[in-house]
Design a protein around this ligand. Structure first.
Ligand SMILES: [Zn+2]
Ligand SMILES: [Zn+2]
Length: 387
C-alpha cells in the first residue's frame, strides 16, 4: 500500500513529506493505522548529526566489527499510537481493531535479557536502526526504488506502519490514543528514570536536569516515588514553571546554580539522585552533575549523547572515595509491555498527568515546524494528529 510519511535524506536537511510504499505484514507482523505521533528529541538527533558517528568513532566501530551505519533515507518518528488494521500469520497478542501503543525496542521476550526482566536490553535492540525487519531480516518499507529505514523499527511520522508484533502493545479501549502515544517513549523513559532507574526512595532529594518531554516525567515520577525535594534544572523559564506544576519543589536555570541551591537544601549533603535529561547529553555536564550527587548517590544518564568519542572529565578520587554511581539506562529501566498499561491505569485514576504534557498539536505537513518548536524549547510535548 501507499501512504504519506516524513522522510529525512541526510544530516542538516529538512523532513520531506513523501509517498512511501509498505508491503503487507508477513509472519509476526501487523499493519497499524497511525492516530497520533509524538515529536521526541531523538528524531532530531539525525537532523543535527548528533546520532551520526564522527569519522573517529566510525573507525573504532569498524575495527570492532560493527556493521557500517547507513540511516538514510530515514522515516521519522518513534513515539505514537494507532489502531491495528491487519495482522500477518502467527500474530496472537493483537487483532484488527485493537488500539496499540509502540515500544521503540521490539523486545523478543525470549532472549537472556528479556527473560531476566530487562526487555530494554533485548538483543533486538541491535536492530533498532536497521533497514530490515527484526522478524525475518527483509525490508517492508520503501520510498521510490530505495528501501526505507524506519526510526527504531517504528516510523510513526507516517499514516500507516508495518511493524513487528514485538513493537506493539495492546492498550485498553477506554484509553485515548493521545495518552497511549505519550507513554510510548517520553513518559515511560522519564517516569522510569525518576523512579526505578535512579532508585528514588521516600525522603530523597532528587535533581532533574532538563525538564522537556522526558525530564518532566522524571519530575512526576520522583515525586510519586516519595522524594522530599525535586529540583528541576532548565534554562527555559516556561519549562521551570511547568516543572513546578508537575511536582518540582525547587527550580534552577543551570546546574552550576543548582549546586548552591542543593547544598543549602541538604545542609551540604547534596542530592541522593541526579537524573540527566537535557536535549543532548554533553560530556561537560558530567563533572558538575557528579558534584550535585551526594556520597553513595546515583547519577543517571538518560539523554542521548553526541555519537562521538566522548572525553569525560571525572574526578576519579571522588568517584571512588565517595562511592558514587554513574549509570546509563535506556527506557528509564522500564519494561514497556508491563509499564505502559501500568502508567495508563495511573493516568485513568488521576495519578499521572498526561493530557497536560501536550503543548501543541500539528498535522503531518507541519513536521518541520513541530521540530523547530521543540528545538527552540517552546513545547513540553508536540504531537502530530492523523485522520
Ligand atoms: Zn523518544
Ligand atoms: Zn529479547
Amino acid at each position: 500500500m501507499k501512504c504519506r510519511g516524513a522522510v529525512m535524506r541526510g544530516v542538516g536537511r529538512d523532513w520531506e513529506i513523501e509517498e512511501i510504499t509498505l508491503d503487507p505484514p508477513r509472519e509476526g507482523e501487523v499493519l497499524v493505522k497511525m492516530a497520533v505521533a509524538g515529536v521526541c528529541h531523538s528524531d532530531d538527533h539525525f537532523t543535527t548529526g548528533d546520532m551520526v558517528p564522527t569519522p573517529e568513532l566510525a573507525a573504532i566501530m569498524e575495527a570492532t566489527g560493527a556493521p557500517p551505519l547507513d540511516y538514510f533515507p530515514l522515516l521519522g518518528g518513534h513515539e505514537g499510537a494507532g489502531v491495528v488494521e491487519e495482522v500477518g500469520p502467527g500474530v496472537r497478542s493483537v487483532q484488527p481493531g485493537d488500539r496499540v501503543s509502540f515500544s521503540f525496542i521490539a523486545a523478543c521476550g525470549a532472549c537472556r535479557w528479556c527473560v531476566s526482566g530487562m526487555t530494554y536490553l533485548c538483543d533486538n535492540g541491535a536492530m533498532m536502526l536497521a533497514t530490515e525487519m527484526t522478524t525475518d531480516g527483509t525490508c517492508r518499507r520503501h520510498v521510490g526504488d530505495e528501501d526505507l529505514t524506519a526510526m527504531t523499527q517504528l516510523g510513526t511520522f507516517a499514516e500507516y506502519a508495518v511493524l513487528a508484533e514485538h513493537s506493539v502493545i495492546k492498550i485498553d479501549d477506554s484509553i485515548p490514543l493521545e495518552a497511549a502515544s505519550l507513554v510510548s517513549c517520553g513518559v515511560t523513559t522519564g517516569w522510569g528514570s525518576g523512579t526505578v532507574g535512579v532508585g528514588t526512595q521516600p525522603g530523597d532529594t532528587v535533581v532533574i536536569v532538563g525538564t522537556g518531554g522526558v525530564g518532566i516525567n522524571a519530575v512526576q515520577g520522583a515525586r510519586a516515588a516519595g522524594a522530599n525535594a525535586v529540583v528541576a534544572v532548565d534554562p527555559v523559564e516556561f519549562k521551570r514553571d511547568t516543572a513546578k506544576f508537575f511536582g518540582a519543589t525547587d527550580t534552577s536555570p543551570s546546574v552550576e546554580e543548582a549546586i548552591g541551591l542543593v547544598r543549602e537544601l541538604t545542609n551540604g549533603v547534596m542530592a541522593d539522585r541526579v537524573v540527566l535529561t537535557p536535549s543532548v547529553l554533553h560530556a561537560e555536564l558530567l563533572a558538575p552533575a557528579l558534584m550535585l550527587t551526594r556520597k553513595g548517590g546515583t547519577c543517571l544518564m538518560t539523554a542521548v549523547p553526541k555519537f562521538e568519542v566522548n572525553m569525560v572529565p571525572l574526578l576519579l578520587v571522588d568517584m571512588l572515595q565517595s562511592c558514587k554511581t554513574l549509570k546509563g539506562l535506556i527506557y528509564g529501566g522500564m519494561n514497556p509491555r508491563a509499564s505502559m498499561p501500568m502508567l495508563l491505569s495511573m493516568y485513568r485514576s488521576g495519578n499521572l498527568k498526561l493530557d497536560e504534557l501536550v503543548t501543541r498539536r500539528y498535522r503531518l505537513d507541519q513536521i518541520n515546524e513541530a521540530i523547530t518548536d521543540m528545538r527552540e524549547g517552546r513545547n513540553i510535548r508536540g504531537i502530530i494528529e492523523f485522520d
